[in-house]
Design a protein around this ligand. Structure first.
Ligand SMILES: O=C(O)C(=O)C[C@H](O)[C@H](O)COP(=O)(O)O
Length: 210
């Protein structure tokens, strides 16, 4: 039940951080700073050169973290991520070949979806959680409205999530949120303590919602 238990562990955490960075080293430091602030779900994006090594390193350093891959555009990249130990795969759009590959290895695939049809197709291809991307463009009322006809769809909004709207998204029915820049912006100036402080604020915002 590896796939289902990973999904359960992720949604229990309510929040994933989306890690970008100018280098593998910066991405690793960003992930470590978020972990220090209480974030357990770490999504290392494949816009980072050497992302697979960052996944390996973060897994070695933080054995109770759930480390996965983001910005995975194709099955080839998904396989590289899975071989590096990625616990989950996230993409900005929905790709059928990636879905099939992830199912083959029983690794959860969270594809980006913007329409009801994409969400239904993603579910038909086995997605337990779909990513509403870019979430901020749609907003929490869109998510609530989708859950009218599709009460069984599990949605993780990502893109434009802030510490101030995190609780609102969860109250609207999001199973978890994906957070990038608003948590990690300090990393650009090397201020990883600021990243840890933001991570703490986010986890408080997410933890306040049952
Ligand atoms: O490419 C993927 O797989 C992603 O997960 C994209 C992320 O959702 C955003 O990059 C996060 O966006 P911000 O929180 O606005 O910085």
């Amino acid at each position: 039940m590896q796939l289902l238990s990973t999904v359960q562990d992720m949604t229990n955490e309510k929040l994933a951080v989306v890690i970008r960075g100018d280098s593998a080293e910066q991405a690793e430091q960003t992930g470590a700073a978020c972990y220090a602030g209480g974030v357990k779900v770490l999504e290392v994006t494949f816009t980072v050169d050497g992302a697979e090594n960052v996944i390996r390193r973060l897994k070695q350093r933080f054995s109770d973290a759930i480390v996965g891959a983001g910005t995975v555009l194709d099955a080839e990249t998904a396989r590289i991520a899975i071989l590096a130990g990625a616990a989950f795969i996230v993409s900005p759009g929905f790709d059928k070949q990636t879905a099939l590959l992830c199912n083959r290895y029983q690794v959860p695939y969270l594809p980006g979806c913007m329409t009801i049809t994409e969400m239904i197709t993603a579910m038909e291809y086995g997605a337990q959680v779909v990513k509403l991307f870019p979430g901020g463009t749609f907003g929490p009322p869109f998510l609530s409205a989708v859950k009218g006809p599709l009460p069984h769809v599990n949605i993780m909004p990502s893109g434009g999530i802030t510490v101030d709207n995190t609780a609102e998204w969860l109250e609207a029915g999001a199973v978890m949120v994906g957070v990038g820049g608003d948590m990690t912006k300090g990393a650009k100036n090397g201020d990883f303590d600021a990243v840890t402080a933001e991570a703490r604020r986010f986890m408080q915002a997410a933890g306040g919602v049952q």
